[in-house]
Write a new protein. Structure first.
Length: 278
C-alpha cells in the first residue's frame, strides 16, 4: 500500500495574454502551492478501480476520473502499468480553481516515478497545472498554458491561507469561452506587462505589505454574476488579510495573512459551503 498527499494551488495573479498555436490560452500567473487538499492510497490489484470519497463537501465527479485518464494515456504510450486499486479522499470539489484534480494526477505520477516508471513527460499532457504540482517548487511564475515554470523563492515569513468554497462551481472550458466573449481577444495585458505585474504582486506579498484584491482576469466575470464575493472580501479585510482574490478560473476565493497576524477565519455567509485553512 502506498500513500500520497495531493497538493492544490492558488493563483496570486492570473492574466490571459494571448493564444498559443495549440489553441489554448496563453497565461501568465503565479502559482502558490497549498495543501494537502486530497489524499490518495494506491494498491496493485487485478483491475483498475477508483473509489472517491468527499470528506467535507457534498459533490461528485462527472465522467471518467483523472486518475484513470492518466493511466490510459501512459499505457497508450506503451508503458505497462499494472492494474491499480486507488482510494481518493477529496476535500476539494471540482470546479473551484484549486487544481485539485491536477494534484491527484500529480500524486499518481509521483507514485509511478518512485516505482521506476518514466512518466514525468506526461505531466503537461494530462493538465497544465500538473507539472507545477508534481514539482518541488512551492511557488512559481507560470507561462504558456501554465506548464512553463520559473520557480520563485518561497517567502521567509510564512503566510496563512484561508480558502472559501462557495455553493457554485465553474467549469474551466466554459469559463474560458465566456472570457473570450468578454474580452473579444483584446486582453488587458501583454506578456511583458503581466510578468512585471506578477513580480510586483509577489514582491509586495513577500514583504508582508497590504495589497487587497489580487489581479485575475476571471474576477470581473465572477463578481458580475456573484456579488456575494464582495461581502466575503469585506470579511477578509476586517480580519487583517493582506490580499485576497479568486483562484484560477474556478469559484473558490482565498485570502492571505501574515502568520503573526492570523487569528483564524470563519464566516457566517449562507452560501459558503466550506472553509479550509492552510
Amino acid at each position: 500500500m502506498e500513500f500520497r498527499n495531493c497538493w492544490g494551488k492558488i493563483n496570486l495573479s492570473l492574466r490571459v495574454v494571448g493564444r498559443l498555436r495549440s489553441g489554448y490560452h496563453e497565461l501568465c500567473s503565479i502559482f502558490f502551492k497549498i495543501g494537502p487538499v486530497d489524499c490518495l492510497t494506491i494498491n496493485e490489484s487485478v483491475e483498475d478501480n477508483v473509489r472517491v470519497i468527499f470528506s467535507r463537501t457534498k459533490s461528485g465527479i462527472q465522467g471518467r476520473n483523472i486518475l484513470l485518464k492518466t493511466l490510459d494515456k501512459i499505457r497508450a504510450a506503451g508503458i505497462a502499468i499494472p492494474p491499480l486499486d486507488m482510494r481518493l479522499e477529496k476535500r476539494v470539489p471540482p470546479g473551484t480553481g484549486l487544481g485539485s484534480g491536477s494534484g491527484d494526477a500529480a500524486a499518481l505520477l509521483d507514485y509511478l516515478v518512485s516505482a521506476g516508471y518514466p512518466v514525468e513527460r506526461f505531466a503537461a499532457e494530462i493538465g497544465a497545472d500538473v507539472p507545477f504540482l508534481l514539482s518541488q517548487a512551492p511557488v512559481a511564475l507560470a507561462r504558456g498554458a501554465g506548464e512553463k515554470l520559473a520557480p520563485l523563492q518561497a517567502p521567509s515569513a510564512r503566510w496563512r491561507v484561508a480558502v472559501v468554497i462557495p455553493a457554485w462551481r465553474c467549469v474551466t472550458a466554459d469559463m474560458f469561452v465566456r472570457l473570450d466573449e468578454y474580452f473579444h481577444d483584446e486582453w488587458k495585458s501583454t506578456g511583458g506587462r503581466a510578468r512585471s505585474e506578477a513580480c510586483q504582486v509577489f514582491d509586495r506579498l513577500v514583504r508582508g505589505e497590504f495589497f487587497g484584491l489580487l489581479p485575475n482576469d476571471f474576477s470581473d466575470l465572477l463578481l458580475r454574476e456573484h456579488g456575494e464575493y464582495r461581502a466575503l472580501f469585506a470579511d477578509f479585510y476586517r480580519t487583517g488579510a493582506i490580499a485576497w482574490g479568486i483562484s484560477g478560473s474556478g469559484s473558490s476565493a482565498f485570502a492571505l495573512w501574515n502568520e503573526n497576524d492570523f487569528c483564524g477565519f470563519s464566516t457566517t455567509l449562507p452560501w459558503v459551503e466550506d472553509v479550509l485553512i492552510f
